[in-house]
Design a binder for this molecule. Structure first.
Ligand code: XIL
Length: 553
C-alpha cells in the first residue's frame, strides 16, 4: 500500500471535512493530501456503543485496523466454524467512510482458541488448519484489505532468533512462516503481506533478527512486502537515526514499512510537561514516515485514552494516545497535525498571531516557568517560538538575552536566576513568513532560601480526625537528589497513619520520609509525585520542608 493509493481517498475526505465544520482540519485531510495512511486500532465495544468514538474515527483517520476482531480466536471459534460479525462490521464501516484497512493478524502465538492449542492434531492437520484459516479469512476480504500482518512477533525478544516456543513453531516447525505468506498470497494476489513485531524498529539484536528473517524470505522468493514496527513506547520517546537506517536497509531489500501499533505510555499521573514530551514522539513518527519513501502508514493502537490496552497491561502507566479520555485532542494530536499541515498546498505567506496568555510563575529562588497558549499556524506555516529574558522592564528582544528559539513546546522552564530578582520575558511566534508581535510577562523569583527544592502539598481528602495529602517534590537545583530524606514540621498534633512508597519516622512534631522503594532519585529539574500520606489529626499544612537537611523554598 504505497502512498499513491491514498490519494484516491481524497474525495471522500473532503466531503467529511465539510460535514464537520467544528474541526478545522482533521488529521486525515492533510494525511491524505500528503499520501500518508494514518490509522488506528479499533476496539469493538466503543465502536458499537459510543457514537463519538466512531465519529472521531471516521473524521480523523483514513485507515483502520481491528484491535482484536481479526485475531484467530475471535474469527475461528471452532475447527469448522468462523464468526465474522465484528470483522464484517469494521470492513463495512471502513468502506462506507473511504478508509483503507490493515488486517491484523493471521499467525501469532497469542489469542489462539482453546480448541486449537488444546487439540490433538498431527503436523499435517495443523498445516491444513492454518491453510484453511488463511484462505477463508484473507479470501473473504480479498481486494478490500490493503495490508495483512501475516506473521506477528515470531522473533524472540532476548536473542533475536526465531521464537521456538510458539504454538506454530512447535507444531509445524520453522516453515510455518513461509507457508503462511504463501497461503496469504494465494488467497489475495494484491494485499501487501507484512511481518510485524515490536522493539525491532531501530538497532540491536531484535531488529537484526527481524531483518535477517525477512531478508531470508525475500531471497527465497516468499511474497513478503513489508515490515510492521509496532512502536509501543515509553515516554519520553523520540525517533532516532537508528530508525532511519533500519528503514533504509529494509528499503534496500525492496520492503516497505509501517508504524503499526504506536503508543507512548506515561507513568500516571501524567503532567503537562510529559504530555508535551509525548507530543514530540508522535510528531516525530509522522515526520519520519513522510521522510522515508518506503514508509506507508502510521497507525496508533487506539486513539482515545479512554480505550487503550496500556493501563491493563503496564501497571501504573496510561495516557498513551493522542486524544484524552474525553475525546479532546492532546498535544500529541496537535503535533501530528502541525507536521501534516506544514508546507501543505503551497508556501507560508502569513506571519503568525502574537502568543496569548503568556504567564510566568516562580518555582523557586532560581527558577521560573513561563507558559503560553499555542498559536494556530497560518495556512501552510509551521510555528515555533522564540524566548527572551531580561532584568529590564519593557526591553526589546534585540537588547536582551536570547534564551531559546525554535521551541515547539508552549512552556519554558528558565533557571539559574538570582533569588528575589524580577525577570521580564518576551515570547513571540515565528514561521517561514516572519514573526508575530511580541508578548510580555514578568515575575520575581522566590526570595532567598538558597535551597534547591520545592514541595507541593495538596490536601486531597479530609474527614473528622484525619486527612490525606499528595506531595510533589521538585528538584529545582542542578544536581540529582539520590536517596533523599524529606523533613517537615506539622503545625499541631498531626501524626502519619500511612505513607505511600516509603517509610516515615515520627520525630516529635516533625516527620522524616526515607528509603523510597523505587524511582527514589530525582534528577535536576524533575519532580517526584508518587508520594503522599494519610495522617491522623486535623487537616493542616506543615512548615519547614527540607531535603537532606537543606530547606526548600
Ligand atoms: C492487544 C490488544 O490491544 C488487547 O486488547 C488484547 O487483550 C491483547 O492484544 N501486539 C500486538 C497486538 O500485535 O495485537 C496486541 O494487542 C498488542 C501487542
Amino acid at each position: 500500500m504505497g502512498k499513491a493509493i491514498v490519494r484516491n481517498l481524497a474525495l471522500a475526505v473532503c466531503a467529511l471535512a465539510i460535514a464537520h465544520p467544528a474541526v478545522a482540519a482533521p488529521l486525515r485531510t492533510s494525511a491524505t493530501a500528503k499520501g500518508l495512511l494514518l490509522g488506528v486500532a479499533v476496539d469493538m465495544t466503543p465502536f458499537r456503543n459510543e457514537p463519538i468514538y466512531s465519529e472521531t474515527l471516521r473524521r480523523e483517520y483514513n485507515l483502520l485496523v481491528a484491535e482484536n476482531a481479526f485475531k484467530f480466536d475471535a474469527l475461528h471459534t471452532a475447527r469448522n466454524t468462523y464468526n465474522f460479525t465484528d470483522a464484517d462490521a469494521l470492513v463495512a464501516f471502513a468502506q462506507a467512510n473511504g478508509m483503507a484497512i490493515r488486517g491484523h493478524t493471521l499467525v501469532w502465538h497469542n489469542q489462539l482458541p482453546g480448541w486449537l492449542t488444546g487439540g490433538t492434531f498431527t503436523r499435517d492437520e495443523v498445516i491444513a488448519i492454518l491453510r484453511d484459516h488463511i484462505m477463508t479469512v484473507v479470501g473473504r476480504y480479498r481486494g478490500k484489505i490493503a495490508a495483512w500482518d501475516v506473521v506477528n512477533e515470531a522473533i524472540d525478544d532476548a536473542t533475536g532468533q526465531p521464537r521456538t516456543s510458539s504454538f506454530w513453531a512447535q507444531r509445524i516447525g520453522p516453515d510455518y512462516i513461509t507457508m503462511a505468506f504463501q497461503f496469504a498470497r494465494q488467497a489475495d494476489p494484491a494485499a501487501i503481506l507484512y511481518y510485524n513485531d515490536f522493539e525491532a524498529e531501530g538497532s540491536g539484536a531484535k531488529s537484526d533478527g527481524v531483518f535477517n528473517l525477512v531478508r531470508g524470505l525475500v531471497n527465497q522468493g516468499v511474497p513478503i512486502g513489508g515490515v510492521g514496527w509496532q512502536m509501543h513506547k515509553i515516554n519520553p520517546f523520540r525517533i532516532s537515526a537508528a530508525n532511519h537506517s533500519n528503514a533504509q536497509r529494509l528499503a534496500g531489500i525492496g520492503l516497505e514499512i509501517s508504524i503499526t501499533e504506536m503508543d507512548i505510555r506515561i507513568q500516571l499521573p501524567s503532567d503537562a510537561q510529559e504530555l508535551q514530551q509525548q507530543a514530540l514522539g508522535y510528531g516525530d513518527a509522522v515526520t519520519f514516515c513522510l521522510a522515508e519513501p518506503n514508509c506507508a502508514a502510521v497507525v496508533t493502537w487506539g486513539f482515545t485514552d479512554k480505550f487503550s490496552w496500556v493501563p491493563g497491561v503496564f501497571n501504573g502507566f496510561g495516557d498513551a494516545l493522542v486524544f484524552d479520555a474525553s475525546y479532546q485532542p492532546k498535544p500529541a494530536y496537535t503535533a501530528m497535525q502541525s507536521v501534516l499541515e506544514a508546507g501543505q498546498g503551497g508556501t507560508c505567506t502569513t506571519a503568525p498571531a502574537a502568543v496569548a496568555n503568556l504567564t510566568a510563575t516562580a518555582i523557586s529562588s532560581s527558577q521560573i516557568n513561563v507558559t503560553w497558549n499555542a498559536v494556530t499556524p497560518p495556512p501552510n506555516c509551521s510555528v515555533t517560538y522564540t524566548f527572551h529574558r531580561s532584568t529590564t522592564a519593557n526591553f526589546m528582544p534585540s537588547a536582551s538575552t536570547l534564551i531559546a528559539s525554535g521551541l515547539t513546546t508552549t512552556s519554558n522552564l528558565n533557571g539559574n536566576l538570582a533569588a528575589g530578582t524580577t525577570y521580564h520575558f518576551v515570547v513571540f511566534a515565528v514561521d517561514a513568513a516572519g514573526s508575530s508581535p511580541i508578548a510580555r510577562t514578568s515575575a520575581p523569583t522566590r526570595g532567598g532560601g538558597g535551597g534547591t527544592c520545592h514541595v507541593g502539598y495538596t490536601i486531597v481528602n479530609s474527614w473528622p480526625g484525619g486527612f490525606q495529602v499528595a506531595l510533589s517534590i521538585q528538584n529545582t537545583g542542578t544536581a540529582a537528589f539520590n536517596g533523599w530524606t524529606l523533613t517537615w514540621s506539622f503545625p499541631g498534633a498531626q501524626t502519619i497513619a500511612s505513607l505511600w512508597n516509603g517509610t516515615a519516622t515520627q520525630n516529635g512534631p516533625g516527620v522524616t520520609v526515607v528509603n523510597m522503594p523505587y524511582n527514589a532519585s530525582i534528577a535536576a529539574g524533575a519532580s517526584y509525585n508518587d508520594v503522599g500520606f494519610t495522617a491522623n489529626g486535623p487537616a493542616g499544612t506543615p512548615t519547614g520542608f527540607a531535603i537532606n537537611g537543606v530547606p526548600c523554598n
